[in-house]
Ligand binder design. Sequence first.
Ligand SMILES: Nc1ncnc2c1ncn2[C@@H]1O[C@H](COP(=O)(O)OP(=O)(O)OP(=O)(O)O)[C@@H](O)[C@H]1O
Length: 264
Amino acid sequence: MSTTQRNSHPEALRLEHVTLEFPGTHRPAIEDVSFKVDRGRVVAVIGPSGCGKSTILNLAAGLLTPTQGQVHYAGEQVTGVNSDAAYVTQQSHLLPWLSVRANIGLALKFRKVPKEEREERVAHWVELVGLTGFENHFPRELSGGMQKRCAIARALIYNPSIVLMDEPFGPLDAITRLELQQELLNIWREQNGTLVFVTHDLNEAIYLADEVIVMSKGPGTIRRVMQVPFERPRQIGSLVESPEFSELYNDLWGLFAAERKAAV
Ligand SMILES: Nc1ncnc2c1ncn2[C@@H]1O[C@H](COP(=O)(O)OP(=O)(O)OP(=O)(O)O)[C@@H](O)[C@H]1O
């Protein structure tokens, strides 16, 4: 169900000794950060507030340029906006004058996908993210959770080679969050894509990711990369009941708590 060719280079993203200092600041936001994301992997980035998580996504999206080091996407240095990347920012940034249907179909329109195919794919995604019946609503008529669903569908519909998500479910209540996390897992199973996301929620990192990058603050560096061993498809309900989940959560919490304490 796609007219968009994905980049299949086995290595999606690689940061090599990346330091970034914003102009006018006296110490780097991130320093000597190196990691790699293989194609088809889901990677979570966690760490204390201000440790540079969003900065890393902005570098991957090509919206920032490193002061030192290099960012590579699909084996090539990123030197401008990374047009292979779909970026879901903290705010949904839906276009207020367009309906749900039009917002979701926007990327296909830009890519000149024929109308009939566009309509079919939009209908598929509207259903997938549970917005059936709201196709003609405008963003202001949607709840926060529905706006997020719409933003996620808009980002994923064109089958992007890599998706970057900043706190995808940040402001949502616990139940909506769980629903959307499971939905994202189901969608991901269908899409088999590459995803890098930032979260403050340790459960979310474990539910969704194959690897969790734990960052330290002041300046932001990588403290540890932890592997999440759970098979896919994943069901959140049965995951949380497993002893392996608790063990991983406790390890992660230990690291995260130490970082938060150090950052105060
Ligand atoms: N445009 C900017 N100019 C100057 N400093 C900036 C700019 N953007 C971010 N910073 C600083 O860079 C550091 C990293 O910011 P970043 O937003 O990447 O952190 P974060 O880990 O995503 O934070 P949070 O979890 O609170 O969203 C912070 O100290 C922040 O104040």
